[in-house]
Structures are given as C-alpha cells and as structure tokens.
Design a protein around this ligand. Structure first.
Ligand code: HMG
Ligand code: MG
Length: 304
C-alpha cells in the first residue's frame, strides 16, 4: 500500500493573519470551501484570539459556524485560553490548537506570558476540550531558532513538546516560525523531540523564509514524520516574528509528495487555481515557483 502523508492547510489562518488586507468572513469561507474541493480535509479555519492583536482573524467564529464537517473534514482553530475555547465551542469547533513556544521571549511577545505560565494556561483548556471530545493539537514555535534569542536548544523544544503531549495534545506541530532551520538542524531537533514524543504524533510546520522548507520536509520524511502544515500559495507569516514569511506552499509540498510516491488525496491543479484566486484577493501573486510554472504551462498550452 502506498504511504499516505497528511497535509494540514493553514492558509486561512497562518496565511492570512499577517496580510495587510483582511479578508472578510465570506471570502474566508469561500477560500476554505475551495481548499476542501481541492481535496484538503484538514483546514485551519481561524483563531480565537484578541482582535486588537490579530485583527485579520476577527470573525473567526462566523467563519467556523458556517462550515460543515461533511466527508470527515476538520477545521481546527487556534485557542490561547478559556475565553478562546468558549468562543470556539459556541461556533461549533471540533478541533482546537493551543500554541506555545520553545523561546521565552517569543512566548512573551506572542501570547504575553512565559513558557511555564503558557503551559499552566493551556492545561484547563486542553482538559475541557478533551472532556468534550474535541481533538487538540499543540504548537511549539521557534523549534529551529528565535527572532529574539537566536539558537534554541533541541532539548528545550523537546521539553515543551513533551509537556503538551502529556497534557493531552494528540499532535504536536513543530514550528520553524522564521524558516531558519536546515535539514541538519531540523533532524537534530526531531531526534530530541522523537525521544520524548512518538514520531506519529509529530507534524512539521515549516516557514519558507530562507527557501529551506521543502528540504526540511524531505529530511523530516526520512525521519518518519508523516504530517506537514502548509499554506496555499505560500501565504503567511507571524506578526510577532519579524521577517517571518509564508509557510511552505501547499502546492509545492503536494508536488514533492506525489513525486516521491506518497498519496495525499489532493488535486494539484485545483489547488494551484485556488492559490491564484486567493492571492488575487490579496493583491499579490503566489510565492511558489510551482504555481507560476503551472500557470505558464497552461498559458502556453492555450496559445498553441
Ligand atoms: P493578554 O493581554 O494576556 O490577555 O493576551 P488578557 O486575558 O489580559 O486580555 C486582554 C484583552 O484581550 C481583553 O480585552 C480580553 O477580553 C481579550 P479588553 O478587556 O482589553 O478589551 N482577550 C481575548 N479576546 C478574544 N479572544 C480571546 C481573548 N483572550 C483575551 N481568546 C492573548 C493574551 C493570548 C489573548 C493575546 O496575546 C493574543 O490574542 N495573542 C494573539 C497571538 C496570535 O494569534 N499570534 C499568531 C498565531 S501563533 C503563530 O502564528 C505561530 C504558529 O503558526 C506556529 C509557528 O509558525 O511557529 C502557530
Ligand atoms: Mg506559523
């Protein structure tokens, strides 16, 4: 049987949270539907966070409440605290993600508390969500380096990942927030984390700031990771990590995986059309070379 790799599409959240133009709830719902039609089954739909900090995610409750879970589709939303959990539950969430960091300074800037305090805040959120039957993901940011502190020790990443796993997070998504990792540093980090959390519970969340994300995914596949976060068109970045650019583009991950013989269930052409459509709304163009290559190939075919 062909090996399957899961892709968690984070474009409607991570992709949009740093854009100058905030998409309306209607536009975000259409984007999510288009991604679903292209075969994505796990699509991060928004974030229940302070609107004064991330205005682009305002109305995430309105977005989520309009999505149906047909065909087993899942729509995780970011939740930093119990207030966020209440909002997520009221909007019908079945999947949430708490988000911590392996860097004290990043944690302070992003969620206004240090690592220990963040874990204390997440505990009742995760416990209540699990009691209600929700699936809970835990993010660890700055797994390969921090914009404020520089290098982050793999052991520190493993400590936070393990704490989230013990708390009840079923999957730990390892965020190279500023895209600073290389295959060697990512493998060293995965080695440390993999000793504390089973590999099947890990996901790679790699930003492509330095063009290393696909190489890091390739290395992570060799290490046994079978879930990756990605953003259509390569949209995105974190407002609390200066210089963070988009996540690795979903279409390039799909191309890589299909080329290596993995199954994803995703229709590459429909995905690329959605990348152009979403970037058109934002007044930009997809960051991925693949989206441009397929568009040019299509144009050449039309012209011939
Ligand atoms: P705080 O200031 O400690 O919170 O912020 P607070 O409890 O003192 O409340 C302050 C104000 O926020 C109050 O409003 C609360 O009601 C409101 P006021 O009375 O001043 O009008 N508030 C909320 N509003 C809506 N939803 C909530 C909520 N909680 C409090 N859940 C807090 C703490 C976490 C809320 C804040 O810092 C925040 O919202 N931060 C947003 C962080 C964020 O979304 N960052 C981007 C996502 S993380 C990321 O991109 C990395 C990732 O992609 C992985 C990677 O790449 O590494 C996941
Ligand atoms: Mg991110």
């Amino acid at each position: 049987m062909t090996d399957r790799v899961r892709i968690v599409e984070v474009g409607p959240r991570d992709g949009l949270q740093n854009e100058a133009r905030a998409l309306t709830a209607d536009e975000r719902v259409t984007l999510i539907h288009r991604l679903g039609d292209a075969g994505l089954t796990e699509i991060e739909a928004g974030a229940m966070v302070s609107p004064s900090r991330i205005p682009q995610m305002s109305g995430s409750d309105a977005v989520l409440s309009r999505l149906t879970h047909d065909g087993g589709r899942r729509y995780p939303v970011l939740v930093p605290n119990l207030k966020g959990l209440d909002a997520a539950l009221a909007a019908g969430a079945r999947d949430i993600a708490v988000f911590g960091a392996a860097s004290e300074t990043f944690s302070q800037r992003n969620i206004q508390c240090g690592i220990e305090e963040s874990l204390r805040r997440f505990e009742p959120v995760v416990a209540r969500a699990r009691d209600l039957g929700l699936r809970v993901r835990g993010y660890v940011s700055c797994v390969a380096g921090c914009p404020y502190e520089g290098a982050i020790a793999p052991g520190k990443v493993a400590d936070v990942a393990h704490a989230l796993y013990l708390m009840g997070c079923e999957e730990i998504s390892l965020g190279d927030t500023i895209g600073i990792g290389t295959p060697s540093s990512i493998l060293a980090m995965l080695d440390a984390v993999g000793r504390r959390v089973p590999m099947r519970h890990l996901a790679g969340h790699y930003h492509d700031t330095r063009g290393m994300a696909l190489a890091n995914i390739f290395a992570s596949l060799q290490a046994g990771v079978r879930c990756f976060d990605a953003s259509v068109g390569g949209l995105g970045g974190c407002p609390y990590a200066d210089g963070a650019s988009g996540n690795v583009a979903t279409e390039e991950v799909v191309y890589l995986l299909h080329g290596m013989g993995y199954q994803t269930g995703i229709d590459l052409k429909a995905l690329v059309r959605t990348a152009w459509w979403a970037c058109g709304l934002l007044g930009t163009e997809p960051a991925s070379k693949l989206a441009h290559a397929l568009k040019n190939a299509h144009a050449a075919k039309e012209a011939s």
